[in-house]
Design a binder for this molecule. Structure first.
Ligand code: UDP
Length: 238
C-alpha cells in the first residue's frame, strides 16, 4: 500500500490517504505537546516506540473481540488502518486518581478507585477539550444514543482487558484516553494507545513511565518510553 495525499496532520501523527479509499496510513512523529499545545517539544524516537506499542495492544484487543481500525504494521513509523469517521468525543477511563480528576475532586494522586470511572470530553482543541456528558452528546448530535452505549460498553471492556494486560507486564494502568470512529456502519477503536495518552506507573515503585515525565520535566523521558516498549513489545512479534 502506497502513501497518497496527506489527509490531516495532528500533534503527534500524520494521516495519509492510500490507493484504497477505505484505508489510511498513520505516520507517528516524535513531536510532543502538552497542556493543549502550550508546551511543545520532541521525544526522540517516540514515533517508532508508540507505533509499535499501539500495534501490539490493538492486536491484543482484536484477539479479545474488540473491533479496531488496526490493519497492519508497515514500517517503523507507519501503520495501515481503516479510515474512520471520527466521533468527536474522547473517552477517558480511570482506575487511579491522577491529573484532572485529582484537581476536580480534590483527591490525592494515587488513590485507587473501587470501580473504574468513564468520562466523556468534547474533542475540540480550541475549547480545550471540555468535559461533557451524555446529554451534551445527544443535544449537539455528536453521537447517537446507541453509539454512546457502545462507547461505554467498549470502554469498560477494553479497561478490564488492559488493566490485566499491563499488570502482567509490571505496569499500573492509571488512566488513558480512547477515540472511536465509524467505519462501514460499525464503531471501531481508533487513534492509538501509547504512553502519550495513558498514565502508566511502575507496578512496584509507582514511578511514572508516560508523558507526565515530559509534561512536568521529570527527566528520563526517552528512557521511560523505551522501558514501556520493552515491557509491552519484548515478548511480542510485529
Ligand atoms: N488524555 C489525552 N489527551 C487529551 C486529554 C487526556 O491523551 O486530550 C489522557 C491523559 O494522558 C491521561 C488521561 O487521558 O492519561 C486523563 O487525562 P486528564 O483528564 O487527567 O487530563 P490531563 O490532566 O492529563 O490534562
Amino acid at each position: 500500500m502506497k502513501r497518497q495525499k496527506q489527509l490531516y496532520e495532528g500533534k503527534s501523527k500524520i494521516i495519509f490517504n492510500t490507493d484504497d479509499p477505505d484505508l489510511v496510513i498513520q505516520y507517528f512523529k516524535d513531536d510532543a505537546s502538552a497542556f493543549n499545545g502550550v508546551k511543545k517539544g520532541t521525544i526522540v524516537d517516540k514515533g517508532v516506540i508508540n507505533n509499535h506499542i499501539s500495534a501490539v495492544i490493538y492486536r491484543f484487543l482484536e484477539s479479545k473481540g474488540i473491533p479496531t481500525h488496526y490493519v497492519e504494521h508497515m514500517s517503523d513509523r507507519e501503520q495501515l488502518t481503516k479510515k474512520l469517521d471520527i466521533i468527536m468525543v474522547e473517552v477517558v477511563l480511570r482506575n487511579v486518581v491522577a491529573g484532572s480528576l485529582a484537581k476536580r475532586m480534590g483527591r490525592p494522586e494515587g488513590e485507587v478507585l473501587k470501580n473504574p470511572i468513564l468520562e466523556f470530553y468534547y474533542k475540540d482543541d480550541d475549547l480545550g477539550d471540555p468535559m461533557i456528558n451524555e446529554y451534551h452528546i445527544r443535544e449537539f448530535g455528536l453521537a447517537t444514543d446507541d453509539e454512546v452505549q457502545q462507547l461505554k460498553d467498549f470502554g469498560f471492556k477494553i479497561n478490564d482487558l488492559l488493566v490485566e494486560y499491563f499488570k502482567e507486564r509490571g505496569i499500573r494502568l492509571v488512566d488513558y484516553k480512547l477515540e472511536f470512529g465509524r467505519h462501514q456502519g460499525k464503531i471501531l477503536l481508533g487513534d492509538e494507545i501509547s504512553p502519550d495518552g495513558c498514565r502508566l506507573w511502575d507496578l512496584k515503585t509507582d514511578e511514572k513511565l508516560d508523558k507526565d515525565r515530559f509534561r512536568f520535566n521529570l527527566g528520563k523521558v526517552e528512557e521511560k518510553y523505551q522501558e514501556v516498549y520493552n515491557l509491552i513489545c519484548g515478548d511480542a512479534k510485529i
